[in-house]
Design a protein around this ligand. Structure first.
Ligand SMILES: [Ca+2]
Ligand SMILES: [Ca+2]
Ligand SMILES: [Ca+2]
Length: 244
């Protein structure tokens, strides 16, 4: 072919709270993880913030990615066919690459970002990244988790890890006894903690044995507890320290 594609690092700046239009075309960059034409928008957040990202199209089957600036996957949405993909992400401070794509075809789309409530409610799907700190609530409408004596409520947050990364999650509550667990993509529980942060607060530390999505389950030790808690997530990349 006579043309060459753009570099994925050739990004467009994106401001949270705006909607932009774009076109997927043959000159677009092709990240190693998809090989599909992809536009890349650089979005920076200064403090921990929840954002909803939506890719809309009546032409292509939207396939929305959130990457870090090293093209690591942080979140993916590919739930529907034509129409829209949307994702809620609890972000830490940093610069992110929002990457609208499609496997099916080329054409026009729009990309929208909105500041969102960090509160994870009604067992909704949400993603979390390194540096996120948020106030949450355990509510009677959250996900259910079987414990001794009944059902506990839980909020579930998906985090993408690379093999060797260390995940550190802290959950603190004055209202109930915090409990954290972590499941891999096969739904096996790979780590759990009850009181590792002192008192009844939980601290889960896990070194990823596989690359892929994991599910953080923030819950109570006893059944039927509700109330406020804070959730902090850190991901230490393997080798980051030795490179500096
Ligand atoms: Ca394009
Ligand atoms: Ca909740
Ligand atoms: Ca506990």
């Amino acid at each position: 072919m006579a043309f060459s594609t753009r570099s994925c690092a050739d990004t467009e700046p994106h401001t949270i709270g705006t909607t932009v239009s774009g076109t997927l075309d043959l000159l677009d960059c092709r990240p190693g993880l998809t090989r599909a034409p992809t536009d890349v928008y650089a979005m920076t957040v200064a403090t921990p913030q929840a954002v909803r990202l939506t890719q809309l199209s009546s032409v292509v089957d939207p396939y929305l990615w959130l990457l870090d600036t090293s093209q690591r996957i942080l979140a993916v949405s590919n739930e529907t066919a034509l129409g829209s993909e949307t994702m809620k992400v609890l972000l830490g401070p940093g610069t992110y690459w929002v990457a609208p794509s499609s496997y099916s075809s080329l054409g026009d789309y729009s990309l929208r970002s909105q500041v969102s409530s960090a509160d994870v409610a009604s067992c909704e799907r949400a993603f979390v990244t390194d540096g996120s700190v948020s106030t949450q609530q355990l509510q009677a409408t959250d996900c259910a988790r079987a414990v001794d004596g009944g059902l506990a409520r839980s909020d579930e947050l998906k985090v993408y890890l690379v093999k060797g990364d260390t995940l550190r999650v802290e959950m603190k509550s004055a209202a109930f006894d915090s409990h954290l667990s972590l499941r891999d993509s096969f739904h096996f529980t790979v780590a759990r903690d009850d009181n590792g942060a002192g008192g009844t607060d939980a601290l889960l530390v896990y070194k990823a044995s596989e690359t892929g999505p994991y599910l953080i389950e923030a819950s109570s030790t006893q059944p039927a507890r509700t109330g406020a808690y804070t959730l902090s997530v850190r991901v230490t990349r393997m080798g980051v320290q030795v490179q500096r």
